[in-house]
Design a protein around this ligand. Structure first.
Ligand SMILES: Nc1ncnc2c1ncn2[C@@H]1O[C@H](COP(=O)(O)OP(=O)(O)OP(=O)(O)O)[C@@H](O)[C@H]1O
Length: 216
């Protein structure tokens, strides 16, 4: 890996261009995200927020440009980057035919965590008593909480979250905001999209990257 210092960005975008169906969603987009940053990707429906998050997470390739993790292109440092990355997309990786507990276990196991107390973690997202409920039978907010529960048990520094607050009630949003603040105070970063206002994390604490789509 490239030599890093305390000021090396955790993740950086270099001249990113994304084109979908002949539409330029963004071009020559560059930014650094450091330890301690909470960044909101902002823009109207269809502006390219999810597309940008997926490119930052290495799940899709940009038309041009690079994403670096600790100054190394993520295509070169794939394993190290994946170890540092927690990505929760808006489909959220929750299987309807599994229980809340089975979903959490599955998501933690594929991230390499074997030793955990699922009941304790589910209690943190207010799902005590719903451990054995099929995810397909949970309410929209409980379903989302099942997806987000893994954030309470991770060592990943980089959190990339697509619409984490969707269907979450006001108190739940505040609990998530507190979790984000704790995470970044421990050296992590959060990159997310949301159409919802936050009460604890606001500008200037919150950095915003604005996308506006246009046509070629
Ligand atoms: N794989 C793809 N192939 C073709 N078009 C795509 C693909 N992925 C996204 N798009 C298009 O790119 C545009 C941006 O989509 P994206 O999901 O990134 O927007 P968004 O800003 O996250 O929107 P929203 O706020 O509605 O979630 C949309 O018009 C979408 O149809």
């Amino acid at each position: 890996m490239t030599k890093t210092t305390s000021t090396t960005p955790l993740i950086s975008a270099h001249n990113l261009t994304c084109i979908r169906e002949e539409r330029v969603l963004f071009d020559e987009l560059s930014f650094n995200i450091n330890s301690g940053d909470i960044v909101q990707i902002e823009g109207p429906n269809g502006a390219g927020k999810t597309s940008l998050l997926r490119i930052l997470a290495g799940l899709s390739r940009p038309y041009a440009g690079d994403v670096k993790y600790l100054n190394d292109n993520i295509t070169h440092s794939r394993d190290e980057f994946n170890e540092a990355l927690l990505y929760i997309g808006h489909l959220a990786g929750v299987k309807s035919e599994l229980t809340a507990e089975e979903n959490l276990n599955f998501n933690l196991r594929i991230s390499g965590y074997d030793n955990h107390n699922t009941s304790d973690i589910l209690a943190k997202v207010n799902l005590s008593g719903f451990e054995e409920a099929l995810a397909g039978h949970l309410s929209a907010g409980q379903h989302r909480r099942t997806a987000l529960a893994r954030m309470w048990h991770t060592n990943c520094k980089i959190w990339i979250l697509d619409e984490p607050f969707t269907a979450i009630d006001k108190k739940g949003v505040e609990e998530l905001e507190k979790l984000f603040l704790t995470h970044v105070s421990n050296g992590g970063c959060v990159i997310m999209t949301t159409h919802q206002d936050m009460s604890l994390i606001t500008e200037p604490r919150l950095r915003k990257i604005k996308l506006d789509y246009r046509f070629i």
